[in-house]
Design a protein around this ligand. Structure first.
Ligand code: B1M
Length: 212
């Protein structure tokens, strides 16, 4: 078994300490951080997701694996970030109300910080009102919304409506993403941009920030 497969296996088994050791070892062996993330950490979570769908594993196992993945990706954070990145703009980031998934959001934050954006991460299950309040408080360039459930993706639209009602919609760009979200959905709810993954989200965010 190669080291990336071992990482994937240890994520699935929720062995956070082993994941951290193996990620460090893979870096020492000169694997690129992106490759460790994609072919090790995320591959493991993807495979666990299939078993979750098939009722072979349950919420506790997935939570423990998520913790292992988060600890592994924290090791990669500095490698994925561009060194000396200067702040180029501010993003308010949240997983929408009713939704507790944060692994993808955390990767989006990491990648955005990596391209020099300041990210105000409001966490998971964030109400429309809290997002409106954060826009008033931080005056961000972008509001970035993550949703992982078909039952919560509509909240991205309701955040946009709440910002309209508060008279703030024109002051920010709105980005959406998450597994069930598509370009078409983005256009339907009137968001400004959709990105399928964390790397492209960071690039898109950068392009949405006015040049300074
Ligand atoms: Co949940 N879950 N889950 N879950 N979970 C899914 C999403 C599901 C597809 C599993 C399945 O049935 N196959 C399914 C959703 C079905 C649907 O709606 N169509 C599901 C379900 C049903 C549920 C519960 C309802 C289960 C239950 O309780 N019966 C429940 C809901 C809880 C809630 O939120 N209210 C639930 C709970 C959980 C856990 C808490 C156990 C755990 C979350 C832990 C955590 O996040 N801290 C969990 C997990 C881990 C998953 C799976 C296995 C993995 C999700 C993940 O983290 N993927 C998932 C199955 C799967 O995806 N294979 C599943 C890795 C992550 C990197 O990918 O989040 O897609 P993702 O992020 C990507 C892109 O989407 C994108 O970039 C990321 C990386 O490139 N992206 C953005 C994300 N946000 C973005 C924002 C952007 C741009 C890009 O711009 C702003």
């Amino acid at each position: 078994m190669d080291i990336l497969e071992e990482i994937s296996e240890m994520v699935q088994r929720g062995k956070a300490k082993d994941v951290v050791i193996l990620v460090n070892k893979a870096l020492e062996e000169c694997f690129a951080a992106q490759e460790i993330l994609d072919k090790g950490l995320l591959k493991g979570m993807g495979e666990l997701g299939v078993r979750f769908r098939n009722n072979e594993v349950f919420v506790p196992e997935v939570l423990i694996a998520a913790r292992a993945l988060n600890q592994g990706s924290a090791v990669l954070k500095s490698k994925l970030a561009e060194e000396d990145a200067k702040p180029i703009g501010t993003v308010v980031l949240a997983t929408v109300a009713g939704d507790l998934h944060d692994i993808g959001k955390n990767l989006v934050r990491m990648m955005m910080e990596g391209v020099g954006l300041t990210v105000v991460d409001l966490g998971v299950d964030v109400s429309d009102d809290r997002i409106v309040e954060a826009v008033r408080e931080y005056s961000p360039d972008i509001v970035a919304l993550s949703a992982l459930l078909t039952t919560t993706m509509d909240r991205q639209g309701s955040v946009i409506k709440a910002l309209q009602t508060a008279g703030l919609r024109d002051k920010v760009k709105i980005m959406v993403g998450g597994a069930p979200v598509t370009q078409r959905f983005c256009e339907t709810i009137g968001a400004d941009a959709y990105s399928p993954d964390a790397s492209s989200a960071a690039e898109t965010a950068k392009s949405l920030v006015p040049a300074n």
